[in-house]
Design a protein around this ligand. Sequence first.
Ligand code: CP
Ligand code: NVA
Length: 304
Amino acid sequence: MIRHFLTLMDLSSEELLGLIHRGIELKAMRAAGRLHEPLKNRVLAMVFEKSSTRTRVSFEAAMAEFGGQAMFLSPRDTQLGRGEPVEDTARVLSRMVHAIMVRTYEHEKIELLADYASVPVINGLTDLHHPCQLLADMQTYHEHRGPIRGKTVAWIGDGNNMCNSYIHASRQYGFTLRVASPQGYDPEPDVLAEGTRVELLRDPDKAAANADLVVTDVWASMGQEQEARARQEAFAGFEVNEAVMAHAKSDAIFMHCLPAHRGEEVSAGVIDSPQSVVWDEAGNRLHAQKALLEFLLAGAPAAR
Ligand code: CP
Ligand code: NVA
């Protein structure tokens, strides 16, 4: 049976915890210089309709190190960009590659692609979710502070794709999530309904109070560039700065999926402080996604 990874709800809690441990193991193997090539002769197609540094490089490096290959496909060069239906693209790619990673706008588009694909489809970010980033974030928390179960996480800022994936994560990994966003920028109601331990607040200090982990993201996501100015006004007072961090536990850590805007959603003093684990978080995209690729693909035959 093929498995897709469109949101964190596609895997069980046990499977997600397994990925954390496997990601840590794969990271240690790589550091020790041990060759591990479970995906020899496997190919990953990567469809990018939005920009990327981390997602592209981590998936491409993961496939190369696993003995396989990744193929970067942009709408500028493919027929998808000229209007070839997603359903047709899914069926064609499924006959040539072993998995498809997609970064796009509408979440419905990746759902449609997955419906028609006969190989695993991985969500590399949509307007609604960014589950791969959560795999890296959860591994990073575990490495720095141990299990996240029972802890408190503060999400400060936009109720965007990252926030929606944190809502799923709070349920799957068992932590309390406090979201502080300005009125009008709450997370998606349907996703919120899937959460089990989420509190919505308007005050960043209250959200951060005694938190173990403080997280934020850009105020204007990809596709919202024209709203950037209005959003800067709406989000005034939602910067994660030293004063906000002072409300969190003294050993709290800070995360941001990057790219970041110092002086907007986070102060330079926080993102560049010892409390910030953003570089480990970014680096763990490689290890966490290796664990995911192995989980989804290692059993798959090299040629079908
Ligand atoms: N965090 C993240 O997904 O970064 P990129 O947009 O660079 O892939
Ligand atoms: N919320 C951001 C995340 C970037 C990795 C965006 O969608 O642009």
